[in-house]
Design a protein around this ligand. Structure first.
Ligand SMILES: Cc1ncc(COP(=O)(O)O)c(C=O)c1O
Length: 455
C-alpha cells in the first residue's frame, strides 16, 4: 500500500502559531477543571481534532507531522482504515466479555501466535494498560520461582502502578511515593554514551554485563536470589538507548546459569517499531516472559498482554484479574493492525526508513555543538542534547526548547532520557519518506536556530 494515502496531504501546515485561540480555550477549560497532574499539553500546548496516518490536526487547523505517535501507540497510523473498519464491525457484535471467549478474542490470540516465537506459547490478557501487564509478569515470575527480589535497570520505565513503579529507576516518577514494593534492585543498562564504568565502545569489555553477574553471583551483593530480571531490549523512556549487541544475550546467559526468569518489556519497542516484530528478535535470544501493550490495540484501543513459556503456566484461575481483562474492540482493531503490519512488511519498512532518518540525524550531530549523540533503531530514535560535547553535560532545557520550536513549526516530538534531555522520535511507522525528510529538516532548523540565538 502507498502510505501517502494515509496522511493529510498538506502536512505540515501552521496557520496560527500554537496554541491558537481554539486550542487556548480547550487548554484553559482543561486546566481549570482537570487535575494539575495533566502533563503532555504543557510541552505541546494544543487541542487535537483529527489524526490521519503520520499526521494530526489541531482545533485551529494546524497540521503536524507526528514524530510522537501517541508515545509509541500509533504504529499503523492514526485512523488506519483497516483497524477502524474491524473495530466498527465489532461494535455491532459484543463489546465486553471479561475473559469469556469470543471470536474477536480468538482472532487476536491466533494472530499473536503467528508473530510470537514458538517458545512463548501462552498468552494472558489482564487490565488494559502496560503497567498492568508488568504487574502480571512480575507476579507470574514470583509465583513460579517462589522468590521475591527483582532486578531492573537504570533508565527503566515500566509504568505507574505500585509494582511497576517500584521497577522504574527515575526519582522524578517515584521519589514522592516511597517506599513502594520492596526488593527492586537496579543495575546499569548498557548506555554506552554515559557508561558508568567509564568505558568507550573501543575499550568496553561489557562491564555492565559483568557487574550484573557479580550482583547475582555474590551472596553478599545485597540482592537475594532474584525471581526475574526485567529488561527493555531497547530502552524507551530512558532515552531510546540501543544496548551493546552483547548485552541482552549476556542477560539471557546469566538467567540460564542462575535459574532466573527473564522478562522482556516490549510495551514500547514491540510491533515493528525497531525493525522487527519485537525488539528482542535483534538479539538472538527469547525471554521467558514478555509484556505487550501500546500498539497492540491498533489505534489506541486500550489493551495489554503477557506472553510466556508454557512451563510457567502454573497459576490457578483468578491469580491476576480485572473487570477489563482484555478489551473486545481492541482485540478486533489490534488483530487487524497486526495483519496490516504483516501484509505491508512494516518491520522492514520501519528499519529502512529509520536508517535513512538516523543518517540525517547523525549529520545534525556532526554539525552541532549541542547534539551529543543521535541514535536509534528502526523508528525508535533519540537525539541527546548537551551543554558541551566534551563534558556531555546534559541540557534538558535545550531539548525542551527544541520541542517547542518544532511544535510551532509543525512537528511533534517527545522528550525523555535520564536527564530529560533526549528528543525522542516515535512516529507512526506509516510515515512516508517525504514527511520524514521534511520533519527532520524542521528539527534541524530548530536546532540550528537555537544555537544561532546563543541558546
Ligand atoms: C517500556 C514500557 N513499559 C511499560 C509502560 C507502561 O505502560 P502504560 O503507560 O500503558 O501503563 C510504558 C509506557 O510508556 C513503557 O514504555
Amino acid at each position: 500500500m502507498d502510505f501517502k494515502e494515509l496522511s493529510f496531504p498538506d502536512a505540515p501546515l501552521i496557520k496560527t502559531i500554537p496554541p491558537g485561540p481554539e486550542s487556548q480555550a480547550y487548554l484553559s477549560y482543561q486546566s481549570s477543571h482537570e487535575s494539575s497532574a495533566v502533563s503532555y499539553p504543557r510541552g505541546m500546548p494544543m487541542a487535537l481534532r483529527r489524526g490521519q496516518g503520520a499526521t494530526v490536526e489541531d482545533v485551529d487547523g494546524n497540521i503536524y507531522i507526528d514524530f510522537f505517535g501517541g508515545a509509541g501507540v500509533m504504529n499503523v497510523g492514526h485512523g488506519n482504515p483497516a483497524v477502524i473498519e474491524a473495530a466498527r464491525q465489532q461494535l455491532d457484535e459484543v463489546t465486553h466479555s471479561l475473559d469469556i471467549p469470543n471470536p474477536a478474542r480468538q482472532a487476536m490470540v491466533e494472530v499473536l501466535s503467528e508473530v510470537l516465537p514458538e517458545e512463548l506459547g501462552k498468552v494472558f490478557f489482564g487490565g488494559p494498560t502496560g503497567s498492568d501487564a508488568v504487574e502480571a509478569a512480575v507476579k507470574l515470575a514470583r509465583y513460579n520461582s517462589k522468590r521475591y527480589p527483582m532486578i531492573a535497570f537504570e533508565g527503566a520505565y515500566h509504568g505507574m502502578t505500585a509494582g511497576a513503579l517500584s521497577l522504574c529507576s527515575g526519582s522524578p516518577f517515584k521519589g514522592d511515593f516511597l517506599p513502594l514494593i520492596p526488593e527492586a534492585h537496579f543495575v546499569p543498562y548498557s548506555y554506552c554514551y554515559r557508561c558508568p564504568f567509564n568505558r568507550e565502545p573501543e575499550t568496553c569489555d561489557l562491564e555492565c554485563g559483568k557487574f550484573l553477574e557479580h550482583v547475582v553471583e555474590d551472596s553478599h551483593s545485597g540482592v537475594g536470589e532474584p525471581a526475574a530480571i526485567l529488561v527493555e531490549a531497547i530502552q524507551g523512556e530512558g532515552g531510546s538507548i540501543i544496548p551493546d549487541e552483547r548485552f541482552i544475550p549476556r542477560i539471557r546467559q546469566i538467567c540460564d546459569k542462575y535459574d532466573i526468569l527473564m522478562i522482556d518489556d516490549e510495551i514500547q519497542a514491540g510491533f515493528c517499531r525497531t525493525g522487527k516484530m519485537f525488539a528482542f528478535e535483534h538479539t538472538g535470544t527469547v525471554p521467558d516472559i514478555m509484556t505487550m501493550s501500546k500498539a497492540l490495540g491498533g489505534v489506541g484501543f486500550p489493551i495489554s498482554a503477557v506472553a510466556y513459556k508454557e512451563r510457567l503456566d502454573t497459576w490457578p484461575p483468578g491469580k491476576h484479574i480485572g473487570t477489563f481483562r482484555g478489551h473486545v474492540i481492541a482485540y478486533a482493531g489490534g488483530a487487524a493492525a497486526i495483519r496490516f503490519m504483516l501484509e505491508n512488511d512494516l518491520a522492514d519498512y520501519a528499519l529502512n526508513l529509520g536508517e535513512m532518518i538516523l543518517s540525517l540525524l547523525k549529520g545534525i550531530e556532526a554539525g552541532s555543538e549541542i547534539v551529543g549523540e543521535a541514535r536509534g533503531r528502526g523508528l525508535m530514535l533519540g537525539v541527546e542534547f548537551v551543554q558541551d560535547k566534551a563534558t556531555r553535560e546534559p541540557a534538558p532545557e535545550l531539548a525542551a526548547r527544541v520541542r517547542t520550536l518544532c511544535h510551532q513549526r509543525g512537528v511533534l516530538i517527545e522528550i525523555g532520557g535520564h536527564y530529560f534531555n533526549v528528543a525522542r522520535f516515535l512516529p507512526p511507522l506509516v510515515l512516508t519518506e517525504e514527511l520524514a525528510r521534511r520533519g527532520v529538516e524542521i528539527f534541524a532548523d530548530s536546532v540550528r536556530d537555537l544555537e544561532k540565538s546563543g541558546r
